[in-house]
Design a binder for this molecule. Sequence first.
Ligand SMILES: [Mg+2]
Length: 483
Amino acid sequence: MPPTPAGPAGRTVLHVDLDAFYAAVEQRDKPSLRGKPVVVGGTAWRGVVATASYEARAFGVGSAMPTAAARRACPWAAYLAPRFAAYRTASSQVMALLAELAGPAGLMEPLSLDEAYVDLSGSSTGPEDDGVLAAAAAFRERVRAEVGLTASVGVGTSKLVAKVASDLRKPDALLVVPAGQERSVLAPLGVRSLPGVGPATQARLAGLGVSTVGQLAATDERELVGLLGRAAGAALHAAALGVDHRPVVPEREAKSVSAEETFATDVVDRSVLVGELRRIAGRVAERLQAADLRGRTVTVKAKRYDFSTLARSATTAAGTTTGAGTVASAEEIVAAALPLLQAIDATGGLRLLGVGVSGLVGATDDLDAPVQTDLLAALADVGTGRGDDAPGAVEPVAEAAEEAEAEVEEAQVASPGAAAVALERRWRPGQDVAHDEHGPGWVQGSGVGRVTVRFEGPHTGVGRVRTFSVDDEALQVTDPPTW
Ligand SMILES: [Mg+2]
């Protein structure tokens, strides 16, 4: 195959992606779960899987699957509520190592808690440079030793190739695509490996007899433009050739957290739009919760069938106590966004729907002190140029924690009988606890007035299980263990 004109000569881009991130942190901190199926997500009946360990994926459990369906597919897995504090700590450790790797040039672009691009063009001759290989290997080793996790790294001449490469040998792998090899590496892959290609686009391409990237590259660009529209058709054809000129953009201060969805066909049906709104709000909620943020303003953005774009915003009244007048959970965002959607004229159909939350404050901060953390840029999807249906681009909402907390508060004011239920719900599966006599551990389960705790930590062997009354005063909630 002829060499690919893949962008400016000598570009070296790394894509780093932690493997099964939330589940991997759980297995790291809970020795009894290593090598076992673990599912992190909403544990309530209407919850959604955020991340499944590779052992659970073998049974067909995956991100965005309803937890109820996951339980049917793999009933013996450990179902845990997310521990965002632990994930945030691990993420900032990895991002600090990546900043070292990026060097003084600092060309590093976080995409989410567990994913980032680094541009090493200034200090290397290309992806196949021995120095790049050594630096990437050393980074992976440090992640393993200092954070206790595995990272997959892809290296190529563009973001696109680096991202595809990090995914190809996952988990725990390093793959370098030398300059000139882009097309031959991409050619045998399914079209879904390209960012922005979801099931709908895949189906439309199948109508042309195109299922691999190689077939896509060999298709006349005009045919793709006819099928998908000018911008999408041209971009997809370029991607199939391994051409991607997007620069690595160092993190900026994020002013909002948002997500959007482009539809394969214009959507007219209100109930479908409401369903999409809920789904998108769920993604925004997860990003807010992962960054420990709340927001004051909710915006609904829509692009109509004629490409006109409109946005409607509503700002909640500022409260006087922490968290009042702000939104963070999927339900809160939906409650604010639904009236905005209703106010949008969708006659003729919408081709894009987006939800954003701005006016950000830390969930535990004073409302008058807006914060910008270094994770914000990672969590806002502004400017990354990725479609929301990019494979693995978005991990869905995991809202069990907040739900449980809200239920406790409601129950406590309701009645004395409800208070006992609240005490049970105080113990969430996976939660870090400590017992005066037995030391640190985590909640394995609770019910009928009892809570079961396994006493182990990241550097112990598999721990023993003990059961307590839910109101045992020797048992307390603690911070996550340190690695
Ligand atoms: Mg990952």
